[in-house]
Design a protein around this ligand. Structure first.
Ligand code: SF4
Length: 240
């Protein structure tokens, strides 16, 4: 194990112990690498038990232990804070966008700027509240000047989103815009304008892509198509 990985491992363990001291009996102090790895495995197993007992604890574990201190890509240098995601961990419906913008970087919350306010209205248009759904992005740190996420940034950050999906287990995912749509359904299905409103499958979950709210702010004429997509989502959400 390289020195830097070992340092990260020690840091993860320290955070875990501090955050969970009342919940877990931690093994005796580990001073060598072998014991640290044993302790890390113990943490992982406990974490997985956590996931099985509560989605909310699973998300907290993921956020606090894995995401909050992440420095895997260049965006960690310019970000003010991580934007992990928010909403109901028990939700049947998850919205997935691209990356945080300036407001999100300032507040640590997803979709709170102008586009976010529009997303809230879109959610309310199908008789749901924002707190009823879960909202996240593929990328957890703001790209400078709101540029598009780069391929390597998506590759490094997307495993966090995959974990969020596997903890929440939504029945429906609505991807917002090109980047999250391509990540979830693949790059070979066509442009967002041709896939929006259609049903796809991601690991047994129904996926319906639609336009990103930022696009709708620039192209208000596309709101009608988004409304059609949302009616389809509403039908699936309330079908039982
Ligand atoms: S964008 Fe994702 S991978 Fe990059 S530093 Fe932030 S959390 Fe880590």
């Amino acid at each position: 194990m390289k020195g830097i990985e070992l340092e990260q491992l020690i840091e993860d363990i320290e955070s875990f112990i501090i955050d969970n001291k009342e919940r877990f009996t931690v093994m005796s102090a580990a001073s060598d690498e072998k014991s640290l790895i044993k302790l890390k495995n113990y943490m992982r197993d406990k974490g997985e038990m956590y996931f099985k007992t509560s989605k909310s604890d699973g998300l907290k574990f993921l956020k606090d232990i894995k995401v909050n201190k992440c420095v895997k890509c260049r965006l960690s240098i310019s970000r003010k804070q991580i934007v992990f995601g928010e909403g109901s961990p028990e939700s049947k419906l998850m919205f997935i966008g691209e990356a945080p913008g300036a407001e999100e970087d300032n507040t640590g919350r997803p979709f709170v700027g102008r586009a976010g306010q529009l997303l809230t209205k879109i959610i309310e248009s199908i008789n749901l509240k924002r707190e009823d759904v879960y909202i996240a992005n593929i990328i957890k740190c703001r790209p400078p000047e709101n540029r598009n996420p780069m391929e390597d940034e998506i590759t490094l950050c997307a495993p966090f989103l995959k974990e969020q999906i596997s903890i929440i287990k939504p029945e429906i995912i609505c991807t917002l815009g090109k980047f999250s749509t391509e990540f979830i359904i693949g790059t070979d299905k066509g442009a967002i304008s041709s896939v929006r409103g259609k049903e796809f499958n991601y690991e047994g979950i129904t996926v319906i892509p639609t336009y990103h709210p930022s696009y709708l702010l620039r192209n208000p004429g596309a709101k009608r198509e988004t409304w059609e997509d949302m009616k389809k989502i509403r039908g699936l959400y309330f079908k039982n």
